[in-house]
Design a protein around this ligand. Structure first.
Ligand code: APR
Length: 199
């Protein structure tokens, strides 16, 4: 079972939670896939999503590509979630480390996912550490960019529907790296406080 390790305020209405666990178990409105531009869900978290969600995820992804072409960093795609316990899968494309302009591309993948979730009227969203696996983006740098971008997004509230953002991280080193960065960016909330009870 996924475990909330720490949570922080993003603004007066939204929290960010850092979890150790498996993204495909999340019962949020949308999970974010760490996809490639052609939405070919082979390995990593994409493979796990495709496997557990069933063939509908790849089928809808193929239709998306047919209709709109390859996915840009800043404009993620979305599909239904098949057998996953969430409602939607947002397919965000992070940069491959070494391709150039990696930092703004990673930031765009994050803000693009938040904008899309908001346009779908969603209240909760869960991200993996996009680009830090097969795409080899250095973890420390990625954690800083991902969290800063989420912080920035909620710093200018635009009547967003989102109340809960989760980082669902697969291993302890990744959790520690995100927590070290989050500690210096956000106000910490006691896990046993009312914010956990309203979810
Ligand atoms: N839950 C949470 N995190 C996971 C899971 C999971 N089930 N599986 C893997 N991860 C973690 C990895 O440990 C890494 O920290 O997600 C992070 C992102 O890793 P990748 O899935 O490899 O994603 P990325 O680096 O963005 O590479 C994307 O990989 O699977 C292909 O189709 C995908 O081509 C694309 C590329």
């Amino acid at each position: 079972m996924n475990k909330i390790i720490k949570q922080y305020m993003l603004n007066s209405e939204a929290v960010i939670q850092i979890l150790l666990g498996d993204l495909i178990e999340e019962r949020v409105d949308a999970i974010v896939n760490a996809a490639n531009a052609y939405l070919q869900h082979g390995g990593g978290v994409a493979g796990a999503i495709s496997l557990k969600g069933g063939p509908i995820i790849q089928a809808e992804s193929d239709l998306w590509i047919e209709k709109y072409g390859p996915v840009n960093h800043g404009k993620p795609a979305y599909t239904s979630a098949g057998d996953l316990p969430c409602k939607y899968v947002i397919h965000a494309v992070g940069p491959v480390w070494g391709e150039g302009e990696e930092e703004p591309k990673l930031a765009e993948a994050i803000s693009g996912s938040l904008v899309l979730a908001e346009s779908l009227g969603l209240r909760s969203i869960a991200f993996p550490a996009i680009s830090t696996g097969i795409f080899r983006f250095p973890l420390e740098k990625a954690a800083n960019i991902i969290l800063a971008e989420i912080g920035l997004y909620f710093h200018h509230p635009r009547g967003t529907s989102l109340e809960k953002v989760r980082m669902v991280l697969f291993d302890k080193t990744t959790v520690e790296t995100f927590i070290n960065n989050a500690d210096s960016m956000f106000e910490d909330v006691d896990i046993s406080s009312r914010f956990e009870q309203i979810k």
